[in-house]
Design a protein around this ligand. Structure first.
Ligand code: PMP
Length: 397
């Protein structure tokens, strides 16, 4: 078998060798004692990785990030209720469309591509029209911008409304203190910074969010209904097998392994040694800084309008003059796969490089990526010094 290229797109991503091992092998039964233990423990570890309170509720179901979004929308709101969407790109548009399909009345607050709406702008929209919930995309994978989730959650608390964050391209790679910040739902999928192959929809819900489901008179579709899933999650946490709909057993075992790996991860830094999720987020921050230093040394601009808005988990990088999407194949030829643009109308103007999960703990994989991009740029006639670009990243890792 030929060695496969390094997968540096914004999900799915490279998983660690231990996660790969946990995922392989014959499918376990959903009621095998060993599986029950791992599922129960994975649910407990989700609270730690999400920095969520002890009374919050994790959910793990077979599915994608889109299913997780559907679960949040359907359990929190019903037709006729109102929501505000902080719109930062492609995946916020998707959230808005889902809410519309649920019959929810929408207010959208947008921003220039590559930017985020101001908190004052969101406040004004809330002054103009009361809502029941605020939805935001923590990191929008189409533009690489990150919203200020803490400020949005605080605003929601102040107004007594729910806050929901799509963390598909953020969870376990960006700081998010669910309990401390008072957020109500933080959802994601397994294939990004959580570090597992695709196939699991994951989220943690606050007691307020569970209360919103209880108050609904129009329940969501059965397959995503928290009231169907709650007894199942409770049973596994109490180390009892249970059944509503078959869990993706191999993936749940991989999730158990990946969350364990995240929580034992240690990293030395300016403020001593960090461990667990804060260390893992710090590793993502360092990786993002290193990648941005390399882009800058290559003379490349990023899509986010300022470096403070740029996510830890991916880079959205503008093609330099005279270079276009043909660059991707030349990077690929060098054993690294990156992704094209995604923002509607701008797809041909930039490319995206994922730097999340296991790879942020392996500097040589990040440097391999920088080298491949720099060499491909040179091949395409862009004047850059490959060695300097690699050093600019290496200095920060
Ligand atoms: N939200 C965000 C921010 C995403 O990046 C993605 C996937 N790229 C999704 C939602 C949808 O996830 P999935 O493709 O697993 O349905």
């Amino acid at each position: 078998m030929s060695k496969r290229s390094l997968l540096m797109i914004p999900g799915p991503i490279e998983v660690s060798p231990t996660v790969l091992e946990a995922f392989q092998g014959p499918p376990p039964s959903h009621v095998a004692p060993d599986f029950i233990e791992k599922f129960g423990r994975a649910l407990e570890m989700m609270r730690e990785v999400w920095c969520a309170s002890a009374d919050s509720q994790p959910f793990v179901i077979a599915g994608s990030g889109t299913i997780a979004m559907e679960m949040a929308v359907g359990n929190l709101l019903e037709p006729g209720q109102r929501a505000l969407v902080v719109n930062t790109g492609y995946f916020s548009d998707r959230m808005a469309e889902m809410l519309r399909r649920r019959g929810v009345q929408l207010t959208e607050v947008g921003a220039e591509p590559g930017s985020v709406p101001s908190i004052a702008g969101i406040e004004q929209a809330l002054d103009a029209r009361q809502v029941d919930a605020i939805f935001a995309t923590h990191v929008d994978t189409s533009t690489g911008v990150r919203v200020d989730a803490q400020a949005i959650a605080a605003l929601a608390r102040e107004r007594g409304v729910l806050s929901v964050f799509d963390g598909v391209c953020a969870t376990a790679g960006e700081a998010f203190e669910m309990g401390e910040w008072g957020a109500d739902v933080y959802l994601t999928a397994s294939q990004k910074a959580v570090g597992v192959p695709p196939g699991l929809a994951l989220m943690v819900a606050s007691p307020r969010a569970l209360g919103a489901r209880e108050a609904l008179s129009e329940p969501p579709p059965m397959s995503v209904d928290w009231q169907q899933w709650l007894p199942i999650m409770n049973a596994y946490e109490q180390r009892q097998g249970s059944y509503f709909s078959t869990p993706a057993t191999n993936l749940v075992e991989a999730l158990h392994t990946s969350l364990s790996e995240i929580l034992v991860y240690e990293r030395g830094g300016q403020h001593g040694t960090q461990q667990g999720i804060s260390a893992r987020v710090a590793a993502h921050t360092a990786a993002a800084d290193a990648m941005r230093a390399a882009w800058s040394r290559m003379g490349l601009e990023i899509f986010p309008q300022s470096p403070e808005l740029a996510a830890n988990t991916l880079s959205a990088v503008m093609y330099p003059e005279g270079v276009g999407p043909e660059l991707l194949a030349d990077i690929n030829k060098r054993g690294v796969i990156v992704a094209g643009g995604l923002y509607p109308g701008r797809k041909q103007t930039y490319f995206r490089v994922g730097h999340m999960g296991h790879v942020v703990t392996e500097p040589e994989l990040l440097l391999q990526t920088v080298r491949a991009v720099a060499e491909a740029l040179v091949e395409n006639g862009h004047d850059t010094d490959v060695g300097e670009a690699v050093s600019a990243a290496a200095e920060r890792l």
